[in-house]
Design a protein around this ligand. Structure first.
Ligand code: HEM
Length: 513
């Protein structure tokens, strides 16, 4: 979506806006003048106000092409906002990992955080005490060694998905997204997600839709010119304010309603064990507790999980049926079609691990990661990086670097099958950048990985994912096309989920008991 705003010249607020504008531009113009004296990283030619020809969709593809022109790090300057795009693993490791002290904050996201009300989401919080409080509470419940505590929830919800795929296979996209949401809702709030039209999933979906549309920094002009947030919503051209207030209601409802339900259940003695209930009980027993801590619990419980790795997996199986055949061979060798896989089988099913890694690499869920903010002046490879620069990790470019991932556009799980050989050759590193970097790296990655692994293992052990047939009897190969949003997902496509045998059918039905 292109930036949308036209200045409200006829309005009384113009005077104040002009004042804010001046206060915004002057220090930045000065900074730009000072910065010019030291070499900034290369980038497209920029005018005094900046570069207005930045890509407004599929930014990761454009910036990856720019890498050939400008190199690993690219500098752009837009309306007082210095921005750096990081296009290589080497630069990402140096800045986000080795210099994490300076690169672990987040930029002010005026549209998303201030206007749309996502300030509770700790992925958007600046580095500091408040963020640390949230992250450490999250870590206490989701660190690597605790993942097995959630196996029963993951198993139950994945089994529901297997049955749903049998009943209404055409709704596979809905079923796969429901699995992820149901696991997180059960863990956070003890809420059992219904098959269709679940109230909290609908709320989260609606709120996440707004986040998807406004999430990439710079989609709205107010991201670059934060003083525009003071423009009254009724002013012609201020449709971003009206849109933000609609999205804000959904964002608030998403975080308030399920948490309120947990509190009510606790009050009337029908509490269901879950993250929010356990933490609230601890808080009630702690006489010295911080009165604001309830908000921290509420915020952390609101982790939303709308990622689309499983949809990418289905698309990959249609485009590369030979991968499906190989994965099913591995499953059949171990399970003999006699039972469904369990987490205990993981070490015996290494190819399924390769499929998961390749799904994460092939089309990363967050192709532009989440933006960072530089919190003090820095220098990289002789280039000056000013304090206050927003840094955008081009995760897609990092995971499609042909020197590291030969034939990067091809879905090829085999690339990960011999990590010893890969290490010797310096290629096909496991695609951890899909989960980000350094201190802000995704803390839900252990749960996310195991959830995806288990779903793929279960689905492939009982279903064949097949292409649809057109009116001439020919197979339809779906196009590999993704949405251009913060959380990128495959564009809608069709396919068939067919139980692999009568025994597979029995195993699916048996999941109900
Ligand atoms: C395949 C699934 C997932 C992928 C690919 C993914 C990817 C990411 C990425 C790229 C980031 C930004 C990291 C950075 O700034 O360097 C992130 C942050 C985050 N993710 Fe995930 N994620 C996934 C699933 C999950 C799940 C299931 C949860 C919760 C249970 C979760 C919770 C978070 C949180 C809380 C943050 C913010 C961390 C912070 O700012 O300190 N993620 N994720």
């Amino acid at each position: 979506m292109p930036p949308s705003f036209s200045l409200p010249l006829a309005d009384l607020s113009t005077f104040f806006l002009a004042l804010f504008a001046l206060a915004w531009f002057l220090p930045r113009a000065l900074l730009a003048t000072v910065a010019v004296k030291r070499p900034l990283p290369p980038g497209p030619p920029t005018g005094w106000f900046g570069n207005f020809n930045l890509p407004s969709s599929y930014q990761w593809l454009h910036y990856a092409k720019w890498k050939e022109l400008y190199g690993d790090i690219i500098y752009v300057y837009v309306l007082g906002n210095p921005i750096i795009v990081v296009n290589s693993a080497q630069a990402a490791e140096e800045l986000f990992e080795r210099r994490s002290r300076k690169y672990s904050s987040r930029p002010v996201r005026t549209m998303v955080v201030e206007l749309m009300g996502w300030d509770w989401l700790f992925s958007s919080m600046p580095y500091g005490k408040r963020w640390k409080q949230h992250r450490s509470l999250f870590h206490r419940h989701f660190h690597r060694l605790l993942t097995s505590d959630y196996y029963s929830v993951v198993t139950k919800e994945t089994y529901t998905t297997l049955r749903n795929l049998a009943h209404t296979p055409d709704d596979f996209a809905h079923h796969l997204r429901r699995t992820a949401a149901a696991i997180v809702m059960k863990i956070s709030y003890g809420h059992e997600v219904s098959d269709k039209g679940d109230i909290y999933v609908t709320l989260a979906d609606e709120a996440m839709q707004g986040l998807g549309m406004a999430g990439i920094f710079g989609t709205f002009l107010v991201d670059y010119l934060p003083f525009l947030k003071y423009v009254p919503a009724r002013v012609p051209g201020a449709n971003f304010k009206r849109q933000a207030s609609i999205w804000r209601k959904k964002t608030r409802a998403m975080i308030d309603q399920p948490f309120q339900a947990v509190r009510e259940r606790m009050a009337n003695g029908t509490a269901i064990p879950c993250f929010a209930q356990k933490e609230l009980e601890k808080l009630q027993q702690d006489v010295n507790s911080d009165p604001d801590y309830e908000t921290v619990i509420k915020n952390v419980a609101g982790i939303s999980y709308a990622v689309s790795t499983l949809l990418s997996f289905v698309l990959a199986m249609l485009v590369h049926p030979e991968v499906q055949t190989r994965a099913q061979q591995e499953l059949d060798d171990i399970l003999a079609m006699d039972r469904l896989p369990t987490f205990a089988d993981r070490s015996k099913l290494p190819f399924i691990d390769c499929v998961v890694w390749e799904c994460l690499r092939w089309n990363p869920v967050l192709p532009m990661g989440l933006a960072r903010l530089v919190t003090s002046d820095d220098e990289y490879n002789g280039y000056f990086i000013p304090n206050g620069t927003s840094v955008l990790p081009n995760v897609w470019a990092i995971l499609h670097d042909a020197d590291v991932y030969p034939d990067p556009l091809i879905f090829s799980p085999e690339r990960f099958s011999d990590q010893k050989k890969n290490d010797d050759l310096g290629i096909n590193k496991l695609p951890w950048p899909a989960f980000g970097f350094g201190r802000r790296m995704c803390p839900g990655r252990w749960l996310a990985y195991e959830t995806v692994w288990f779903s793929i293992a279960c689905i492939l052990s009982v279903y064949s994912i097949e292409r649809c047939i057109d009116e001439n009897g020919l197979e339809i190969v779906p196009e590999v096309a993704y949405t251009s949003s913060l959380l990128s997902r495959p564009k809608p496509f069709k396919c068939r989920f067919i139980p692999r045998s009568e025994r597979a059918d029995e195993l699916i039905k048996g999941t109900a008991s």
